[in-house]
Design a protein around this ligand. Structure first.
Ligand code: PMV
Length: 315
């Protein structure tokens, strides 16, 4: 028997970095997906095949001793074998159309689709349980994850998140397109977050004012999302980028890309940690093609996405 699941990637629309200091952020799932197929096989082994490499190990190894980006899958398979008292082997095949390591939620989508496909080989597992398993699996590679990414990958749609109150799904279903441009500079979220901490320590008053400004901006955005006011939303994106520039998470390549985005769409900003990774520009049918062509003309890798409202899907 095969068990198959897929989960979407994500972008942070507003509030990255400030969310670390208690401000609300807004995230959405995107229609780029990871699909995981799990199957019971002969022999006591856990075999993982993906386009970034393969991993074959016997069960019951301490996860801390495994040095592979595929270790969340091993963790999930091993956990299920243990909890179900099974001695079978498991083969896991991972297929992804989410670029890796550039802030688009590739690892969270892997953990969510992996948790669903692997657990459902043994038992019917509700979404809430799959999310818990996925967050535990993601912690094997990113100890400090807030769980926000796995949550939006599980439930899809748009979500507001803050550290104190957790996640709230936003009901509106706007029809916009995002053009995502990839700087192809891999970033370390941890080191960019550390840089912002240093900025905060050296500029306490300015940083506190920026947090207040960002909070106000996010509240405005929540109202605009209900009204589908795309042009005003674009202005908020441009304003959010000003705050991100101020705290030092941008660089020349990202600024050049954002300039292309801002000229050709309603607004453009970094998504995620910055320092590399991706930016997005906000478009609708009227300027989607134009924005894509402008990025392509300047030789920037880009693609368009829409919001994914499905979240985790199982087959
Ligand atoms: O680029 P990503 O998806 O790793 O985004 C990081 C978001 C930050 O706000 C910068 C950090 C965090 O933990 O929220």
């Amino acid at each position: 028997m095969k068990s198959k699941a897929s989960a979407p990637g994500k972008v942070i629309l507003f509030g990255e970095h400030f969310v670390v200091y208690g401000v609300k952020a807004i995230l959405c799932a995107i229609n780029k997906r990871v699909t995981v197929t799990a199957e019971k096989i002969e022999g006591e082994k856990i075999s993982i095949k993906s386009n970034i490499g393969n991993l074959v190990l016997e069960p019951n190894k301490p996860v801390s001793e495994i040095n592979s980006p595929l270790k969340p899958f091993y963790y999930l398979a091993n956990k299920m074998l243990q909890s179900q008292n099974q001695t079978t082997g498991i083969e896991i095949i991972v297929e992804s159309d989410i670029p890796i390591g550039v802030g688009l939620g590739s690892s969270s989508a892997c953990c969510v689709a992996g948790a669903a496909a692997i657990s459902r080989l043994f038992v019917e597992t509700p979404k809430e349980e799959i999310l818990k398993l996925a967050i535990a699996a993601e912690k094997t590679i990113f100890q400090n994850t807030s769980g926000a990414d796995c949550t939006v990958c599980t439930y899809g749609g748009i979500m507001e998140y803050d550290k104190k109150n957790g996640f709230t799904k936003i009901k509106s279903e706007p029809d916009f397109h995002l053009v995502i441009a990839n700087s192809n500079i891999k970033h370390s979220t941890e080191s960019v977050v550390a840089g912002v901490k240093q900025f905060k320590e050296e500029n306490e008053v300015e940083f506190s004012n920026l947090c207040n400004d960002e909070s106000k901006l996010v509240e405005d955005v929540l109202k605009l999302l209900n009204n589908n006011s795309i042009k005003e939303l674009g202005q908020k994106i441009i304003q959010n980028q000003v705050y991100l520039e101020t705290i030092g998470v941008s660089n020349e390549k990202l600024r050049n890309m954002i300039q292309v985005g801002q000229k050709s769409s309603f607004g453009a900003k970094i998504t995620g940690a910055g320092g590399g990774g991706c930016i997005f520009s906000l478009t609708d049918e009227s300027n989607l093609e134009h924005s894509i062509n402008q990025f392509k003309d300047k030789n920037y890798e880009c693609f368009s996405v829409k919001i994914d409202f499905k979240g985790l899907d199982t087959f």
